[in-house]
Write a protein that binds this ligand. Structure first.
Ligand SMILES: [Zn+2]
Length: 294
C-alpha cells in the first residue's frame, strides 16, 4: 500500500471518532437543490469553527450575507437566481471571518439550468401602452422605490416553516412569461397570477414585517412584506389593504382583498418574491420550503 492510500485510510478511520482537528477547522457548505433553474431558489448552509463570527456568500460578483441558523454554529441563507441569469455552471463561494481576523473560504459549483419561458404577443391601442411624461415620471419613481426596498437586508430571519399560497386559486399567468406588446419587448412577468374572485382574502405567505402599503400606477393597491434574510413578498392589484407599514404579521394573516386596481384586466392576485434583489418564482420557494416545519 502506498503512503498516499494509507493516509486516506487513516483519515477515514479518524473522522467517525469526531475528534479530527482538521475537520473542525474547515468551512463546510451544504446547498439544496444541486442544480437550480433560472428564477429558482437555493437554500445554503455553512458551518465551521466556533470562532466564526460572520459568513457571506458570493455569486456572480454579488455578495449575499448568511444569518445565524437554528442550530449552533450554522449560518443559513437563501440564494435567489434571477430569471435572467445565463444558464451555466457558476462558482459559489463562501467566506467566513473568525477570531484573530482569520478568514476561511470554501467554493463549490452551482449549475443554473435553462427554462423555456413562453412569449406572449399582444396588440393593444397605443393609448393603453404609451404613457404621458407625467405618468412615466411616476412609474420611474415607483420602480426606483421598490428596487431600493428590495436591496435592503435584515440579518434576522422573520420567516419560519413552509411558505404558503396567499390565495388558493389556480395559476393563470406563469412566472417568467416574456411579453411583446405592439412589437416592443416589455419586462417579463416576474411573479405569478393566481385566479381569485374580487374580495377574496389575501394571506401573508409567511411571517414578516409590512414594508410597504401604497397605491402604485401599474400594481394598484399593493402590499410588500419583508421576511428577513433579504426575502420580500409582494401582493398587487388589491381592492383594499388591511395592514399598515411596520406592522408585524404572521403566516396566514389577511393583508388585503383581491381586486383589479392598477394595470389589470380583471380580478386576480399578482404574487411576487424577491431574494436579495433577484426575481424568483414564488412556486419554487413553496417547493423548497414545503418540508419545513415551524
Ligand atoms: Zn401578474
Amino acid at each position: 500500500m502506498t503512503r498516499f492510500r494509507l493516509f486516506f485510510l487513516i483519515t477515514f478511520l479518524l473522522i467517525p471518532a469526531g475528534r479530527n482537528s482538521y475537520a473542525e477547522d474547515v468551512l463546510r457548505v451544504e446547498y439544496l437543490p444541486k442544480a437550480v433553474k433560472q428564477g429558482g431558489v437555493c437554500f445554503i448552509r455553512g458551518s465551521g469553527p466556533a470562532s466564526i463570527t460572520s459568513i457571506y456568500g458570493e455569486f456572480r460578483g454579488t455578495r449575499f450575507p448568511l444569518a445565524m441558523g437554528a442550530q449552533n454554529r450554522t449560518y443559513e441563507g437563501l440564494l435567489g437566481i434571477d430569471l435572467n441569469t445565463e444558464p451555466a455552471i457558476y462558482k459559489l463561494k463562501l467566506v467566513a471571518e473568525g477570531g484573530n481576523r482569520r478568514v476561511y473560504t470554501s467554493a463549490l459549483l452551482l449549475k443554473v439550468e435553462k427554462v423555456n419561458f413562453k412569449t406572449q404577443t399582444l396588440s393593444l391601442p397605443s393609448s393603453m401602452v404609451d404613457l404621458d411624461p407625467q405618468t412615466l415620471e411616476r412609474v420611474d419613481r415607483e420602480e426606483k422605490r421598490l428596487k431600493a426596498l428590495f436591496r435592503g437586508y435584515r440579518d434576522e430571519r422573520l420567516w419560519s416553516g413552509a411558505f404558503v399560497r396567499p390565495v388558493s386559486g389556480e395559476l393563470t399567468t406563469a412566472f417568467g412569461l416574456r411579453r411583446v406588446i405592439n412589437g416592443q419587448p416589455k419586462s417579463p412577468h416576474t411573479g405569478v397570477d393566481l385566479k381569485a374572485e374580487e374580495g377574496t382574502p389575501v394571506l401573508a405567505c409567511n411571517s414578516g414585517v409590512v414594508a410597504l402599503v401604497d397605491q402604485l400606477f401599474f400594481s394598484g393597491k399593493s402590499v410588500v412584506l419583508d421576511h428577513g434574510w433579504g426575502t420580500y413578498s409582494m401582493y398587487f392589484h388589491l381592492s383594499e389593504t388591511l395592514v399598515n407599514e411596520a406592522e408585524k404579521v404572521r403566516t396566514g394573516v389577511i393583508l388585503g382583498r383581491v381586486g383589479s386596481t392598477g394595470r389589470s384586466s380583471g380580478p386576480h392576485l399578482h404574487w411576487g418574491i424577491r431574494i436579495s434583489g433577484a426575481r424568483v418564482d414564488p412556486l419554487a420557494l413553496l417547493r423548497l420550503t414545503e418540508h419545513l416545519r415551524e
